[in-house]
Each structure stands twice: as structure tokens, then as C-alpha cells.
Design a protein around this ligand. Structure first.
Ligand code: NDP
Ligand code: MG
Length: 378
């Protein structure tokens, strides 16, 4: 039996992780869960999975205590409490399904503690890939990707360790504005942007998909995870979200991984690889998807893609600035305080004004984020 901690258990990836875990019981034992605002759901999950500890922000301790009256489970909070969840004895796998910058410290803590990390929180690798990958190697820790594109690439690479990769082909759905004119996109509201054509995800990543920043973040995530150079990554828009990504090898042959847009599949594989576990999730019927199309991304209508590439090229702490400026801008857009193209403008201006620092420890990232916060706080 393997002990598992699910950070961000109440979110889109968190709840689907627990669905995947249900299919593998009794091989997994959930030992720690974390939530944030949704304490009702968290309390239900605690009652179902009986973890040893549960984390909530300080203001939610009392409401959770009330919901868990007569139920024995330690409630922890603060940075220290999150650290405890990520490093708990008896936990073998930490699923990091936190959203945004909150995910980095637990990723680093879990690796330091020698835990296998199943990583959904792409922002960890975007901001700190240069710290995470060497640390994971030093500690002999597995980082298994949950992001469907990276899971697809990882699956295509399996068994090909000695074969040179020419390039990887990252697929993107294109988001809800794929076919919209720039003039229409410029007046799009959060409710338009939240209507993703294929995936049902948390609000932040859904907006990132609409701006294509999600693909920019995934580009950086892939560079670190698979130790590639920028020239080895091609991004193609594939509106059906059936081909999750591809790898082209030295002989020109391309391998692809296909599946329905259902995150439970890559989540399950991240937990059980190299084993493939039977489940009752819906199967892809290719006859129901006879048309699979591919087109180039439009970087003029979706400037965030180029911003992510630029931040990676700038190096050091620049991706942390990109990431946090994006996070704050997306929060503003979701509140209706700025327009769609203000998101890319805010990020671009932050990168223009920033003097890059080398990245040698997590504090360099906190410092870069503090610079962004000072610049963009409301
Ligand atoms: P959600 O917003 O659905 O869930 C985020 C989780 O983190 C929730 O449990 C939420 O709690 C909690 N949370 C929110 N803010 C904080 C905070 N400041 N501190 C601690 N916990 C917090 O996000 P998703 O599940 O969509 O995404 C999670 C990560 O996975 C992201 O990095 C995303 O990019 C990545 N990802 C997601 C995919 C998807 O299909 N959703 C696909 C590929 C990658 P609560 O809900 O209780 O407020
Ligand atoms: Mg993805």
C-alpha cells in the first residue's frame, strides 16, 4: 500500500486525483489532504478518506472543525502546515494539485523529503525548473507529470531512452477564442473566456488556456522536464484535444499518445507508472472523432505564447516574473477589472522593466515575486 498526500484536493485536479485513487483502492492510503476556500467539500473528503492530517488557511480552521465534529483528524495551517503535508512520514507520493505560486514551496519540500512528486502544478517547474530538476536528481526522486501533454510525451519516450529526440510536438486546444477575430477577443469577458471547448478545469488555467499562456507555461515545463532546447519544441493547435502530444525521433518517426480529454488518465498514470491500471473511465472511440486537425498557433492574437518564450530566454528569475505577473493579471481579469489584452500587456511591461537575476535558491524567486507584487498590487 502506498501513502499519498493530495495537495489541492478540492480543486479540479485534486477531485479527479481522488477519483483515480478510488479506482486503485486498497493500493493507496490517503494520508494528507489540503483545501482552501471549499471546506464543505474538504470535510466530505476527510470523512471518506480518513487522512491523518488536513490543511486549510487559518480563517477556515474553525468552520472545518465544526464540520468535522466527532471526527478525529489533525487540522494544520500556514506555510508550516503545508510543509508538514508535503513531507509527512508514511507518504510515498505527493500529488501537487495546488494552483499558481502557492505550489512551489511544497514541491521543493516534498523533493527534499525524498517523496515521489506527481506534479500538476506547472507553475513550480516554470518558476524553478532550474532548482527542482537538479534537486530531484540529487535526491533520487521521481517527478511524474500530470499535465496531459507532458504525460503524453513521457509515455512516448518510455522505452526510447537511448533514441535521440529530434523534437516534441506540444498540442494546444486553442481555447475558446481560437476562431475569434482580435477585435472580438479584445472585448471578451471572463465568462466568455471561462467556456473552454474541451476541458473542465479550474478558473486560472482556463483563462491561461484562453490567452495561450497555458501553452507558454507548458513550453517551459517541457524544457525542464525533458531537458530539451527551445528549438526542439513545436507547438501546434489541435482543436479536438485527442492527440495529447507527440515525440519525433532521430529517424523522423513520430509517436503520439491519444485519449479523451479526461485528466483522470494522466493522473492515474502519474500514480502507477509504469503499470497501467484497469479502470472504467470512458474509452476513446476513434470513429466518433473521425477528424483530427492541426494548425499553427496565431502569436499575434495570442501574444502570451511569445512572452513565455521570451521569459525562458531571459533566464534566471524572469519566468517567475512572467508567472506571477500572469497570476495577478488573470485574477484581475476574472474580477472584471481589466480587459483580455491587458493580461499580456501587464506581463510584457513587467518583463520590460525587470532586471533579471540568476536563480540559485528559492529566495531568488520569492524576491522576484515581491518585485512583481509591489508593481502590480491593487
Ligand atoms: P483549481 O483552482 O480547480 O484547484 C486549486 C486547488 O488549490 C484547490 O484545492 C484550491 O482550494 C487550492 N488553493 C487555491 N488557492 C490556494 C492557496 N493560495 N493556497 C493553498 N491552496 C490553494 O485548479 P486546477 O485543479 O485546475 O489546477 C491545479 C494545477 O494543475 C494548476 O497548476 C494547473 O495549471 C494544473 N493543471 C490543471 C489541469 C486541469 O485540468 N484542471 C490540467 C493540467 C494542469 P479550494 O478549491 O478549496 O479553494
Ligand atoms: Mg496541459
Amino acid at each position: 500500500m502506498r501513502g499519498i498526500a493530495v495537495l489541492g484536493a478540492t480543486g479540479s485536479i485534486g477531485t479527479q486525483t481522488l477519483d483515480a485513487v478510488r479506482t486503485c483502492l486498497p493500493h493507496f492510503r490517503v494520508k494528507a489532504l489540503t483545501g482552501y476556500a471549499n471546506v464543505d467539500l474538504l470535510a466530505q473528503l476527510v470523512k471518506e478518506f480518513s487522512p491523518e492530517i488536513v490543511w486549510v488557511p487559518e480563517e477556515k480552521i474553525e468552520p472545518l472543525r465544526v464540520l468535522l465534529a466527532n471526527f478525529s483528524c489533525e487540522i494544520v495551517t500556514g506555510e508550516e502546515g503545508l510543509h508538514t503535508c508535503a513531507t509527512l512520514e508514511g507518504v510515498d507520493i505527493v500529488v501537487n494539485a495546488l494552483v499558481g505560486r502557492a505550489g512551489l514551496a511544497p514541491t521543493l519540500a516534498a523533493i527534499h523529503a525524498g517523496k515521489h512528486v506527481a506534479l500538476a502544478n506547472k507553475e513550480s517547474l516554470v518558476t524553478a525548473g532550474g532548482l527542482i530538476m537538479p534537486l530531484a536528481r540529487e535526491k533520487g526522486v521521481r517527478i511524474t507529470p500530470i499535465d496531459s501533454e507532458h504525460s503524453a510525451i513521457w509515455q512516448c519516450l518510455a522505452g526510447n531512452e537511448n533514441n535521440a529526440v529530434e523534437k516534441i510536438i506540444l498540442t494546444a486546444s486553442g481555447g475558446p477564442f481560437r476562431t475569434w477575430e482580435r477585435s472580438q477577443i479584445s472585448v471578451a469577458t471572463a465568462s466568455h473566456a471561462l467556456k473552454h471547448p474541451n476541458w473542465n478545469m479550474g478558473a486560472k488555467i482556463t483563462i491561461d488556456s484562453a490567452t495561450l499562456m497555458n501553452k507558454g507555461l507548458e513550453y517551459i515545463e517541457a524544457l525542464w522536464l525533458f531537458d530539451l532546447s527551445p528549438a526542439q519544441i513545436e507547438i501546434v493547435v489541435h482543436p479536438q484535444s485527442i492527440v495529447h502530444s507527440m515525440v519525433q525521433f532521430a529517424d523522423g518517426s513520430i509517436m503520439a499518445q491519444l485519449g479523451l480529454p479526461d485528466m483522470r488518465l494522466p493522473i492515474l498514470y502519474a500514480l502507477t507508472a509504469p503499470a497501467r491500471v484497469f479502470n472504467t473511465f470512458p474509452r476513446l472511440n476513434l470513429l466518433a472523432h473521425p477528424t483530427l486537425t492541426f494548425e499553427p498557433p496565431d502569436q499575434e492574437r495570442f501574444p502570451c505564447l511569445a512572452l513565455a518564450k521570451r521569459a525562458f530566454e531571459m533566464g534566471g528569475t524572469a519566468p517567475a516574473v512572467l508567472n506571477y505577473a500572469n497570476e495577478l493579471a488573470v485574477a484581475r481579469f476574472l474580477r472584471g477589472a481589466i480587459s483580455f489584452y491587458d493580461i499580456s500587456a501587464i506581463i510584457g511591461q513587467a518583463l520590460d522593466a525587470y532586471t533579471v537575476k540568476p536563480l540559485s535558491c528559492a529566495e531568488d524567486i520569492w524576491e522576484a515575486e515581491a518585485w512583481v507584487y509591489e508593481r502590480l498590487k491593487d
